[in-house]
Every structure is written in structure tokens, then in C-alpha cells.
Design a binder for this molecule. Structure first.
Ligand SMILES: [Fe+2]
Length: 386
């Protein structure tokens, strides 16, 4: 019996081929001056989403400025610099076209724009306890349209901005403070993603689903379970071809939908243990975010004493056991991850992780510092050099 639930997805979502062109009035509703934040594409790869957006804005007579100077894993400082460029243009609204780094930059700048002259670290991070559920509204922020060009980060839907922080020498998410008002997901934009990026983002989306599905309290969260379970089945439908780089057009649509659904899950829940464990790998070794989380997901699944929900998720994803899941993830990770870590690194990262009580508390069973260290040790065993 369902006892009731709370569910919200603040962004209005448009999914499907051609959704930017067919929903042009959405842009007019946001204003007459658009600041477009995007990334630089490799030579020879077209930014189709940017082309579509500019064509729509031209047709509507909306002025725009394109800023492709986005830092990967953006630092607070890079956003402060972007803010100066934004202030020079005086936009009515933002359009983010890209993956997680672009969306996080837009969110960070949108929040900072509201607090001129204040210390950016104070504005972004000194905002009270971590908020679960949907969190605060976009009060006072400019409208924001997100258009994803990768299928996995969920950043186009969530309200969190993950920033590189110089003050703590690590990555850290803000509270849920800036949601895209309109989320446009056109699967065509992700079809030409390089294999490594595509696999990393798919693993990221999968981690979002797993971590929310398995987090404390989620067993009673009807909507998260409903959506995550459907998304796990979608992942099962394309996972083998994702590994062999033989994705079909239908697979790409399913991958985009999988990412969108798992993104909706983290709007209402929050990422859990593997995401927190993975930040040092991205921060110190430039391991793509999705792969960094994936490194720890298998060993994390092993620590559950109550296996009921872990086994259900594995079955829906098409895996017969945790070992099978680990083998699959390893096959994706192995070509891309080269690093050397020491026991002292692991001790440091364990201490930093355990100093974040809310993340420790996401695990539904007792979690100790020794258990965290052991996940690090087992997942990174082949990279430890002392
Ligand atoms: Fe993520």
C-alpha cells in the first residue's frame, strides 16, 4: 500500500527529436537577450544543438551572446570570470548547451549574479544544512533553458552545481538552488558523442539511479522507485552495445531517456556514497566524473547486508550478480583509467569523505570509516603503489 509521497521536477521537460525547433515560443517567454553557455567541440564535430538554438533565436529576433569558454569541472574562479562577461552583456536569460560542466557553470553564475560584490564561496556554500528533496526555489534567478549534448550527467535537470573548490582543494556540490526552468532533450545531440564520453555519461546516469534507489529512505519513495526501475530496464536494453560501441539510433534515444529519468530521480533524492568517493579521482587525476563514480559502484554494492534492493536493481539492469556488474563496469573503465595512488592518499580521502555526515548518512545501513577505507582499497587495488 502506498502511504503517500512527495515528488517534484521543477523544470518543464521537452523530450524528442527536434524539440528545440518545435518549442521556439519557450525562448520568447524567457526574454529578449539570451546568454548561451556552451563547450568547445572537437574539430570536425558540429555543435548541432547550438546551431538549432541560434536558428530559433534568429527567427524570433532574440539577441544572444555565445560563450564557449567553459572550464571542464568548473572552478568557482572560472565562473567569477564568466560572470564579468555576462555582466557585459546584461542577459534576460541563460541557455546552457552541453554536459555537466556547462550546466554547472550556468547555475553557479546565475546564483552569483544575484549577489554582486559578495564572496562567491560564501554565497555558494555557506547556505545552511544540505537540503534533501527539491530544496529552495530559483528565487531571484534569471530563467534558464538547458539543452543537453551528453546523456548522463542529469545536470540539465537537477538544481545542484558541482564546483571545483580552491578553498578545500576538492569538488563539492552546492545545495539545490538553481534548476533549469525548461529542459530540452533531443537524442540527436548525443548520437555523435565520442565513445569514451558516451560510456562515461551512461555510467554516471546509472550511478545516479543506483545511488538514489539504494539510499536511506528510498524504499518508501514510490516515485523514485517507479522511475529508477523503468530506467534500469532501459539501460539493460542498450548496455551490451554501449560496451562494444555499436549503439543503434533506438539505443541512443533510450540512453537519452535513461539519463533524463535518472536525473529526475536525483532531483528528488540525492547522490550517495560512490559519487562522494569519486570526487578525488576527478579532482586530482582528471578522471571523467562518470568513470570516477563507476570505479566505486561495484565495491559499494558489495557492502549491503540486506541484498533485496541491490539484487532487484541488478536484475532489472540485466546482471546476474555483483561480480557480473563489476566485470561490465571494469570493461568500460579499464581502457580509460591510469593512475597511481598511495595508502596515504586513501587515508586522506577516507577522512575527507567521512567528514561529510550527510553523505555518510545516505547509506541505509551503518557505515564506518573502516568500511569507507575498504571500498577505496578494494576498488583501487590495482592502482596502489605502496
Ligand atoms: Fe554524477
Amino acid at each position: 500500500m502506498i502511504s503517500g509521497f512527495h515528488f517534484a521536477c521543477p523544470g518543464e521537460i521537452f523530450f524528442g527529436e527536434g524539440c528545440v525547433n518545435s518549442n521556439a515560443p519557450v525562448f520568447s517567454r524567457c526574454g529578449q537577450r539570451a546568454y548561451i553557455v556552451t563547450g568547445r567541440f572537437p574539430p570536425g564535430v558540429k555543435n548541432l544543438a547550438l546551431e538549432d538554438t541560434c536558428s530559433v533565436l534568429d527567427g524570433l529576433g532574440i539577441a544572444y551572446s555565445v560563450d564557449d569558454n567553459t572550464e571542464s569541472d568548473p572552478s568557482v574562479e572560472s565562473c567569477v570570470e564568466m560572470l564579468q562577461r555576462i555582466n557585459g552583456f546584461q542577459p534576460d536569460f541563460f541557455v546552457g548547451i552541453g554536459g555537466g560542466s556547462v550546466m554547472d557553470s550556468v547555475k553557479c553564475c546565475n546564483i552569483l549574479l544575484k549577489h554582486p560584490g559578495r564572496d562567491p564561496y560564501e554565497v555558494l556554500f555557506d547556505n545552511g544544512e544540505h537540503v534533501f528533496g527539491v530544496g529552495g526555489p530559483n528565487e531571484g534567478l534569471l530563467p534558464f533553458i538547458s539543452i543537453a549534448t551528453t546523456a548522463g550527467t542529469g545536470a540539465d535537470i537537477t538544481g545542484v552545481a558541482v564546483m571545483t573548490r580552491a578553498d578545500i582543494d576538492n569538488k563539492c556540490g552546492t545545495n539545490k538552488r538553481c534548476f533549469a526552468n525548461f529542459v530540452m532533450v533531443d537524442p540527436r545531440y548525443v548520437m555523435n558523442c565520442p565513445t569514451k564520453l558516451n560510456q562515461a555519461t551512461a555510467v554516471d546516469a546509472l550511478c545516479h539511479g543506483l545511488e538514489t534507489y539504494l539510499s536511506r529512505g528510498s524504499a518508501d519513495d514510490f516515485m523514485t522507485n517507479f522511475i529508477a526501475e523503468r530506467a534500469f530496464a532501459l539501460f539493460a536494453s542498450f548496455k551490451d552495445r554501449l560496451l562494444t560501441d555499436t549503439m543503434t539510433e533506438e539505443d541512443s534515444v533510450n540512453q537519452a531517456l535513461h539519463s533524463t529519468l535518472q536525473g529526475i530521480c536525483i532531483v528528488n533524492e540525492v547522490t550517495g556514497v560512490p559519487h562522494g568517493l569519486g570526487y578525488p579521482l576527478s579532482h586530482y587525476f582528471n578522471i571523467p566524473h562518470g568513470l570516477a563514480c563507476g570505479v566505486f559502484e561495484g565495491e559499494y554494492l558489495r557492502i549491503f547486508k540486506d541484498r533485496t534492493r541491490v539484487d532487484r536493481a541488478l536484475a532489472l539492469m540485466g546482471f546476474g550478480s555483483v561480480d557480473e556488474f563489476c566485470e561490465y563496469i571494469q570493461a568500460i573503465l579499464t581502457p580509460h583509467i591510469h593512475l597511481s595512488v598511495t595508502e596515504a592518499d586513501i587515508d586522506d580521502w577516507t577522512r575527507v569523505f567521512c567528514a561529510t555526515p550527510w553523505r555518510m548518512a545516505r547509506h541505509p545501513e551503518p557505515l564506518t570509516e573502516d568500511m569507507v577505507r575498504e571500498i577505496y582499497r578494494r576498488a583501487l587495488a590495482k592502482f596502489i603503489v605502496d
